[in-house]
Design a protein around this ligand. Sequence first.
Ligand SMILES: C[S@@+](CC[C@H](N)C(=O)[O-])C[C@H]1O[C@@H](n2cnc3c(N)ncnc32)[C@H](O)[C@@H]1O
Length: 422
Amino acid sequence: MQNIVIEDINNDTTIDIDSSWNYATSKELKMHNIHPYPAKFPAFLASKVFEYAKKEGVNINKVADIFCGCGTVSLESQLNDYDFWGCDINPVAVLIANVKSKNYNIKILEKYYSIILKCYEKNSKNNQEIYFNANERLKYWFTAKSYNELYKLKQSIDNNVPKGKYRDVFLCIFSSILKPTSRWLNKSIKPQVDPKKLDVSIIELFQKQYKFLIKSVEENNKKFKNKSTIKRANILTLKKMPKVDLIVTSPPYVTSYEYADLHQLSSLWLGYTKDYKLLRKGTVGSVYNSEDFDLQKRKINQAGEHIISQLSTVLAPSKLKSVARYYMDMELALKKCYKNLNNNGMIFFVVGDTEYKSVKIENSKHLVKALYEIGFKDVKIARRKISNKLLTPYRDNNGKFTSDKTKRTIYHEEFLISGRKF
Ligand SMILES: C[S@@+](CC[C@H](N)C(=O)[O-])C[C@H]1O[C@@H](n2cnc3c(N)ncnc32)[C@H](O)[C@@H]1O
């Protein structure tokens, strides 16, 4: 990591690639992959950050991730015997993160699994009325046959597994099979129907995912002794956050993923909402989060202003508002981090720059400037290559990776930025 001062930012200093951050030295635990999650953090980064923070003199007892997503930092904290606190505004993220951060007794899992299957098989009749009365949005995504089978499965879980960590495991498996069993275009990061998609066997997919979960539990034989608290919360409005020694996080990207839209199948099925659009509110980076935001009243640092002024020639005012709101939200989130970091603590961000219609969106510059202005000291930065996306650094209109250069650029490298509180 190289030191970076505010003047470097203004002078366009080049940031070297630090290859020590490029690759993992050990295999990622299967538990990290029990449920897909967009823009998931590679697990090895978290353990590398712990090593780096210790070398820099941080005494780590408690780690936090303010945008914890599916809980990568949480699980890695547990594996390294640190207490963890995390939050995410997306209820599906919180479910996955909680499931990943706990130990399970395989015999108990097997017992519940066999009861769920028995009860599912007994309940053989498909009830037409159930589909008729279903949430309209779910009817849009599922055929009557798939919906009915999923309904039986969900009932079987709810009726046989008491509320708590074991029920959460089965709900997480259930959630993980929703996209492949719906009409959702495979691997698309946009909600798009594939009219040619065929129905697949719900129960076979559930069984397959369950087996993967069991392998994940078997692989990890460490008894977690430390506390892990993961809350469903908006970091910007959250009243209380504990004091921590290290904050490791990757923020949402500006107007890139719509988390509420992407997880609509899960949030509707699991009863987190009746209208997934309501879950967009408060989501940092969402284009829908700036409807009541007055662009003129923005308060963002000079690096953010520079990005806004460049984008103003290529973006519609509504989109420009979302970008401005994003930088304002990020500055607010950083202030919260500063307040809740113990003295001698460290903040560590993983962030990508991007490009829109040939305008560079330098999130890294904005972040460095914001860190200094908020009071962080000793800010350091490095650049890393994202190895598995190297060959396909573009996305097509469906959001799929492609090597076609005419498509939208996505980040094939990212920045690691640390700051201290002294
Ligand atoms: C890049 S993802 C984090 C991925 C995470 N590092 C992982 O490995 O899964 C950013 C996360 O920020 C969350 N988020 C967006 N706005 C938020 C807010 N206001 N408060 C808390 N979390 C928020 C999103 O739901 C998303 O899960």
